[in-house]
Design a protein around this ligand. Structure first.
Ligand code: PAF
Length: 282
């Protein structure tokens, strides 16, 4: 695996592939890799001639300085995992390489209603920072396809909207959530959980699976009451939001109409200081 830390090094590594019109797949990450990330690399390997993974903890998408500070950084372990799945190129730029001359300005994209609820509401500025870095990375890597996990469901919807409306020639490939054996969605933040928090965090996926079973039997407001009391009774977890949304528009649903693929239940919750998100189509 070739490791590049500057745009110049990356250009030198990728140019021969570009000239020969070989397909480049791209997996942007913030590191602290887990099997969810590796599933993206594996899919990218299947669909491209060359796979680039980036590891960059993007400061502009953190709306909370403490969260940025404690975000897990495990580069040595990440490199080992990437070699195992035969990632071809790892791009690990510094903050100065991405935000040249200390220019931290972010894109001001009109996402319509897509960014008004859920993460957009709970984490002001998060999506502006996220789309800024995704755009910069797309400009630098110039991939044919880029791979995103469905755990960050709203992020994925915004990235799809962005490339479509800005005519960015990158095909966005979405990949399923990868779960631990007990159901917890894999996340870089899981490694920040204490053993006690880890046990309680299971309530998030359990609740989503239960909500799925309630479809067709309970109303939206009954389901919401169920979820709120499940979290209130937990004692450790704090529910940030529970939403049932249309998968395309991300608008909250009052009635559960439509087929399963079009309705998504989403949860964000705090286990101590660790904020976790998860979702399921219901
Ligand atoms: O999902 C992530 O890890 C990040 O938001 C991304 C897409 C790498 C941008 O920093």
């Amino acid at each position: 695996m070739k490791i590049c830390s500057t745009v110049e090094e990356l250009e030198a590594a990728l140019n021969p592939f570009r000239i020969n019109k070989r397909l480049i797949g791209f997996v942007p990450t913030m590191g602290a890799l887990h099997h969810g990330h590796l599933s993206l690399i594996t899919k990218a390997k299947q669909e491209n001639d060359l796979v680039v993974c980036s590891i960059f903890v993007n400061p502009t998408q953190f709306n909370n300085a403490a969260d940025l500070e404690k975000y897990p950084r495990t580069l040595g372990e990440d490199e080992r995992m990437l070699k195992e799945v035969e990632c071809d190129v790892l791009f690990v730029p510094s903050v100065d390489e991405i935000y040249l001359n200390g220019n931290y300005s972010v894109l001001n994209v009109d996402f319509g209603v897509l960014d008004k609820g859920m993460e957009g509401k709970s984490r002001p500025g998060h999506f502006a920072g996220m789309i800024t870095v995704v755009n910069k990375l797309f400009m630098i890597v110039k991939p044919n396809s880029a791979y995103f996990g469905k755990k960050d469901f709203q992020q994925l919807a915004l990235v799809k909207y962005f490339v479509q409306t800005q005519h960015i020639p990158v095909s966005i490939r979405e990949c399923p959530i990868v779960r631990e054996a007990d159901g917890l969605a894999m996340s870089s933040r899981n490694r920040l959980l204490s053993p006690e928090e880890r046990k309680h965090a299971l309530l998030i996926s359990k609740t989503l699976f239960r909500v799925k079973e309630m479809r067709g039997k309970k109303t939206v407001s009954e389901i919401k009451s169920y979820v709120e009391s499940a979290f209130a009774n937990d004692g450790l977890l704090k529910l940030d939001y529970f939403e049932i949304v249309n998968a395309e528009t991300l608008v909250s649903m009052e009635k559960l109409e439509g087929n399963a693929a079009t309705i998504v239940a989403c949860i964000a919750a705090f286990a101590g200081n660790v904020r976790l998100i998860d979702n399921e189509t219901i």
